[in-house]
Design a protein around this ligand. Structure first.
Ligand code: A3D
Length: 310
C-alpha cells in the first residue's frame, strides 16, 4: 500500500513539499490548511495532479481543512503558522504560532498518532518542544527541521566561495535555529580534505557568519515571507530517510536528555533517521570553544522555551 504524507499548512513551503513528495513518489499527499484556505489548497492539489503526466508520478494529491483526512498518515510535516516579514526575528512569531502548534498537535495526536512528525514552524526549537509536550509522543517520533537546512546553507556558501562541488562538502551545523547556531568548520571536509587546511580563517569566518544570517538574508530580499524551496527540500530528505529506512545521519532538532550537557530541550544535533524515526543522537567530542558556543545556543533556546510557559 502507498504511504501517506500529511502536510499541515499549504502555504509557500507546504506547496513545494507536496510537489517534491509527489515527484519522489514518497506516497499520497494530503495538504491541510485552515477553512479559509481550503479552496486554495484544493486548487494546489489539483494543479499538482495535472502536473503528474509530465512529472511521471502516480501519487495522489488532495487538499482539505478536515483533520479526518489525515487519518493513517505515515508522516506529518508541519508548516502551519506565520512566517517572518522583514525586520522580524523568529521569536517575534512565538505568540501566534504557539497557539497554532498547540491546535495542530491536538489534532495530529487524535488523527495520526503513529505518524513520524517533522516540524518547520518558527521559532523552531520551541515549537518542536511544544508539539512534543502536547502530543506526548515518544521522542523518536518528533523532530524539527532546521539543522538539515542550516547545514545545506553552510555547504552551499562554502561551495560558492571555494569553487568546488557542493557534493564534496561534508559538514554539520548544530544548535538552535537562529543566530546562535553552531557551524563546525573543524569537522568540515572537502572531498576528504579538512576545510581548515585549504581555506583561510577569514573565508571560514565569512561563511559561518553568512550561514547564521542566511534566513534573514532571504527575508530581506523577499520583503514579505521567508525561504521556501530549501526548507521544503530539507524536510523531504528527513521524510525520505524515515519512509525508506535509509539511515541518513542528519542534523535534526531532537530531544536531548543529557547529550552535549543539554537536558530536556529540543535542539539541533546529529540524528540517525531510520524507520524507527530519530533512532539515535550522536554525540561529538567538542573542543572548549565549541562547547561554549553550544552553551550559548542552548541558553537562547531555553529562553524561548521558557516564554512558551508549557
Ligand atoms: P505561509 O506561506 O504563510 O504558509 C503557512 C500556512 O499555514 C498558511 O497557508 C496558513 O493558512 C497555514 N495555517 C495557519 N494556521 C493554521 C492552522 N491552525 N492549521 C493549519 N494551517 C494553518 O508560510 P511558509 O510556508 O513560508 O512558512 C511556514 C512556517 O515555516 C513559518 O513559521 C516559517 O517561519 C517557517 N520556516 C521555517 C524554516 C526552518 O528552517 C525551520 C525555514 C523557513 C520557514
Amino acid at each position: 500500500m502507498r504511504k501517506k504524507i500529511a502536510l499541515i499548512g499549504g502555504g509557500q513551503i507546504g506547496q513545494i513539499l507536496a510537489m517534491l513528495a509527489a515527484q519522489k513518489e514518497l506516497g499520497n499527499v494530503v495538504i491541510l490548511d485552515i477553512p479559509d484556505f481550503e479552496n486554495p489548497v484544493k486548487g494546489k492539489a489539483l494543479d499538482l495532479m495535472q502536473m503528474a503526466p509530465h512529472g511521471n508520478y502516480d501519487s495522489h494529491i488532495s487538499g482539505t481543512s478536515d483533520y479526518k483526512d489525515i487519518k493513517g498518515a505515515d508522516v506529518v510535516i508541519i508548516t502551519a503558522g506565520l512566517p517572518r516579514k522583514e525586520g522580524m526575528n523568529r521569536e517575534d512569531l512565538l505568540k501566534t504560532n504557539i497557539e497554532i502548534i498547540k491546535n495542530v498537535a491536538e489534532n495530529v495526536k487524535k488523527y495520526a498518532p503513529d505518524a513520524f512528525c517533522i516540524i518547520l514552524t518558527n521559532p523552531l526549537d520551541a515549537m518542536v518542544y511544544t508539539f512534543h509536550k502536547v502530543t506526548g509522543f515518544p521522542k523518536n517520533q518528533v523532530v524539527g527541521m532546521a539543522g538539515t537546512l542550516d547545514t545545506a546553507r553552510y555547504r552551499s556558501f562554502l561551495a560558492m566561495e571555494l569553487g568546488v562541488s557542493v557534493a564534496d562538502i561534508a559538514g554539520i551545523v548544530l544548535g538552535g535555529h537562529g543566530p546562535t547556531m553552531v557551524p563546525l568548520p573543524r569537522l568540515t571536509t572537502i572531498g576528504g580534505v579538512p576545510l581548515t587546511e585549504i581555506a583561510s580563517k577569514e573565508l571560514i569566518d565569512k561563511v559561518v557568519k553568512r550561514t547564521r544570517e542566511a534566513g534573514t538574508e532571504i527575508v530581506k530580499l523577499f520583503g514579505r515571507g521567508s525561504a521556501f524551496f530549501s526548507p521544503a527540500k530539507s524536510a523531504i530528505v528527513i521524510a525520505e530517510s524515515y519512509l525508506k529506512d535509509k539511515g541518513r545521519v542528519l542534523p535534526c532538532t531532537a530531544l536531548c536528555e543529557g547529550e552535549y550537557g543539554i537536558d530536556n530541550l529540543f535542539i539541533g544535533v546529529p540524528c540517525l533517521i531510520t524507520a524507527n524515526g530519530a533512532e539515535k543522537v550522536f554525540e561529538i567530542e567538542l573542543n572548549d570553544e565549541e562547547k561554549n558556543l553550544m552553551k550559548t545556543t542552548m541558553n537562547a533556546v531555553k529562553k524561548t522555551v521558557d516564554e512558551c510557559k508549557i
